[in-house]
Design a binder for this molecule. Structure first.
Ligand code: TXA
Ligand code: MG
Length: 324
């Protein structure tokens, strides 16, 4: 896979590929994305194919500004306030398509809404400005695998795919996905923007999918129905003991003793730091020759909600295997 440096030449080359309909992997502040021209049916189809992603699971459209988002979707007042406050940043808003929206219907899997965000990574913003088109970009992993947070973790089995190098992703978990319906904000996917930051503006967030299952009043969120992020080895959550034939994903100042190998997401017990390490550490432990990965409890505060969501999917996914 050609890795492009994120200099003027690399950005220009990536922009030219995108405009010619070829996908390019790009860094964002959350995870690396597999980007393509969101207006092109063919380019979008190529992205679904490269990822092995089911075409009923829609993609996020990335734009460089609120103004560019307004060209493709209709904003309600609360969604606009959230965009003004948190863009660029790890917040995705699901909004109705404009009637004259140029984005391919494949992007939204036929839904009449589109998921949109303005990424905060400077390389992603430079590329969006250079390409001057909306970019559909799911995470740059094979469907069902861990999202890449470092350039060397982008592996889609396509030797020709260019990857722009933006270093390690600062946030480390995917964006928070929200949908406002009748003034009420629904949390479709917990992610890199914590609930505690959103609620002062949006009020209490409703969870579309919770431990009790899918709320029948919730707007659709196809991706949330799928197991995801599957390491090869079984993942065991809320571990309070660990065996010598297990690897340990620890959290906080008192990691469990006795594991065959240990990586600590945040020795000081900080969920923001833990999110930044999550996928890289799961990958590293998955390569160790142990029977499984034991994971210590993560508190639900801050980015803990997103980390717990991803770990639950990893635990289900390592048993079942599915899509994202
Ligand atoms: O941080 C991120 O969001 C990363 C980076 C690359 O921007 N992208 C990402 O994309 O995580 P992806 O495709 O892996 O996840 C997209 C999520 C899925 O859960 C999908 O179901 C949801 O967004 N989604 C997309 N369009 C939607 C829509 N119209 N209605 C409801 N959910 C939607
Ligand atoms: Mg994904």
């Amino acid at each position: 896979m050609p890795i492009l440096p994120a200099d003027d030449q690399g950005i220009a080359s990536a922009a030219a590929s995108l405009r010619a309909g070829r996908p390019v992997a790009l860094p964002t502040e959350t995870v690396y994305g597999l980007a393509c021209d969101a207006r092109s049916d063919q380019a979008v189809a190529a992205v679904y194919a490269l990822k092995g992603r089911p075409t009923f699971n829609p993609l996020i459209v990335h734009v460089d500004s609120l103004a560019a988002a307004e060209a493709i979707v209709e904003f309600d007042p609360l969604s606009r306030r959230l965009a003004e406050r948190f863009w660029p940043g790890p917040l995705t808003l699901v909004l109705p398509r404009r009637r004259d929206c140029a984005v391919s219907w494949l992007v939204s899997a036929g839904l009449d809404t589109l998921a949109v965000r303005v990424p905060a990574h400077p390389v992603a913003l430079r590329l969006l400005r250079a390409a001057a088109i909306p970019l559909a970009a799911p995470s740059a992993n094979l469907s069902g695998r861990l999202s890449p947070t470092r350039v060397e973790h982008v592996d889609l089995g396509d030797d020709a795919l260019a990857v722009l190098d933006g270093g390690a992703c600062a946030v480390g978990v995917e964006s928070t996905v929200l949908r406002v319906v009748a003034g009420q904000a629904w949390l479709l996917r917990p992610g890199g923007l914590a609930r505690q930051q959103i609620e002062p503006i949006a009020g209490p967030l409703q969870r579309a999918v919770s431990d009790e299952g899918h709320d029948p009043r919730a707007p659709r969120s196809p991706g949330q129905l799928l197991a995801h992020y599957a390491p090869q080895r079984p993942v065991r959550l809320e571990a309070t003991t660990v065996a010598a034939d297990e690897a340990l994903l620890a959290f906080g100042p008192q990691p469990l003793a006795g594991a065959g190998a240990t990586l600590n997401l945040s020795p000081r017990g900080d969920t923001t730091e833990a999110a930044a390490h999550l996928f890289a550490y799961l990958r590293a432990l998955d390569r160790e020759p142990f029977q499984g990965i034991a994971v210590m409890a993560i508190p639900p505060e801050g980015l803990g909600e997103a980390i717990r969501d991803r770990l639950q999917r990893a635990a289900v996914g390592s048993a079942a295997g599915e899509a994202g």
